[in-house]
Design a protein around this ligand. Structure first.
Ligand code: SF4
Length: 266
């Protein structure tokens, strides 16, 4: 690990990795994410149901999250940062090498959660220790600082950006992420400015009763600001409320119209 990474590693002692900006020493104190400096993995498995460009992927589920989505599918591990097995980056890198050797058909290695953000320093250390040639995917809500984004640019071949909300009110109410849209849009612009555009894959989960406020706002902003970006719509929302058939059809119809030269739907 080089000197630059070592500085990044010190983030655990005064954590400002994400925009919650807690400034806590995670060895002794809890920030918003309630994730200490200990690195827990809840599971490692091969996924074939992801987008074609990352399939099949070796999915590394990291416990802990910096968001509090009230519909979270993985709340058991996202909101319990000590769920699973504690690992060091060296141990995890060895396991990744082992899994890749066992199954050469695996195309990518994805870090997800919860969200990998609270443990980004350990994730990039893991990436730097993996010996097998592969592609690394950061599957995240991207609610981190500009400084952190610039630190991690070179470590990933795919930035899978979970663009969840189209406005700050929904983001704050549903996931407790203040100033979400400004931060996310800023980070996407930074990726573009640093010639990372081809690495971006945007995901949006269609939510019941959030058609105009979230889905349309996200799609329209992307069409105007990141034309031709790769975009994936998830329409299998699972929660107390259900997506209606008409909402799903309306969303795909909307995308079909937008698809003529503005977004690359995958
Ligand atoms: S990663 Fe956790 S402790 Fe660090 S700033 Fe974000 S919420 Fe706070």
């Amino acid at each position: 690990m080089n000197k630059k990474n070592n500085i990044f590693f010190q983030q655990y002692e005064n954590c400002v990795i994400c925009e919650h900006n807690c400034q806590v020493n995670r060895k002794f104190e809890e920030g918003f994410c309630r994730t200490s400096d200990k690195f827990f993995i809840s599971s490692v498995m091969t996924h074939v149901g992801e987008e074609k460009i990352i399939n099949p992927t070796l999915a590394i589920f990291i416990s802990g999250c910096n968001a509090r989505c009230n519909f979270c599918y993985n709340s058991e591990t996202a909101f319990n940062s000590t769920k699973g097995v504690e690992v060091s980056p060296k141990m995890l890198a060895k396991q990744i090498d082992f899994e890749l050797a066992k199954n050469p058909k695996i195309e990518t290695v994805s870090f997800l959660g919860g969200d990998p953000i609270p443990h980004l320093p350990k994730v990039i250390k893991t990436v730097s220790l993996v010996e097998t040639k592969t592609k690394f995917v950061l599957n995240s809500n991207f609610y981190f600082t500009e400084k952190v984004l610039l630190e991690i640019l070179d470590y990933f071949q795919v930035f899978l950006v979970d663009f969840k909300f189209g406005n700050d009110s929904c983001a704050d109410k549903i996931a407790q992420l203040p100033n979400y849209t400004e931060i996310l849009k800023r980070n996407l612009k930074i990726l573009q400015k640093h010639n990372q555009f081809d690495k971006i894959l945007i995901r949006h989960l269609l939510m019941p009763n959030h058609f105009d406020c979230c889905f349309v706002s996200v799609v329209d902003w992307l069409s105007e600001n990141l034309p031709s970006v790769k975009f994936s719509l998830l329409d299998q929302f699972v929660g107390k409320e259900k997506l209606s058939k008409s909402e799903i059809e309306k969303a795909w119809k909307y995308l079909e119209n937008k698809n003529s030269g503005s977004l690359k739907i995958i």
